[in-house]
Design a protein around this ligand. Structure first.
Ligand SMILES: [Zn+2]
Length: 141
């Protein structure tokens, strides 16, 4: 199992579209962009709704439960900061509350061989520094 405690991750840089997502994650809340016109939840954030082109978008909390939609096993270390954790699983999750909105993360707490399409996962929050907390995933009970 990969030990992420020794990895210094690249730090995301929030912008005007993603700042509410990162602010919520810092509080241990997963908040995604919801269109106030048609109700579509989308991720990553965009200036307009990808369904109706509406511009009235607000971030709202969603439950962090979902299903692995796709995954890849990382064997190579293009970024040497990740050398100590290969192989590891990078997963794409479809959240129950946001069908169609896909969210990427790592599968933590289990060997990479546990990453399978359709497995249930839940969000966990990994603080990277005082400002940025990274939503990640673990297998759900
Ligand atoms: Zn919309």
């Amino acid at each position: 199992m990969s030990d992420w405690s020794k990895v210094t991750r690249p730090i995301p840089v929030p912008n005007e579209w993603t700042k509410p997502f990162w602010d919520a994650a810092k509080q241990g809340v997963l908040a995604l962009q919801r269109c106030q016109s048609c109700g579509n939840i989308q991720h990553p954030p965009y200036p307009t709704c990808v369904q109706c082109m509406g511009v009235d978008l607000k971030f709202e909390p969603v439950r962090g439960a979902g299903t692995i939609y796709a995954y890849t096993i990382m064997y190579h270390t293009g970024d040497k900061r990740f050398a100590s954790v290969v192989p590891y699983a990078s997963i794409v999750v479809e959240l129950d509350d946001a069908p169609g909105a896909l969210m990427a993360g790592n599968l933590l707490g289990v060997p990479y061989t546990e990453a399978k399409v359709g497995r249930r996962v839940e969000v966990v929050f990994e603080p990277l520094n005082d400002d940025i907390t990274l939503p990640q995933f673990r297998l759900a009970d």
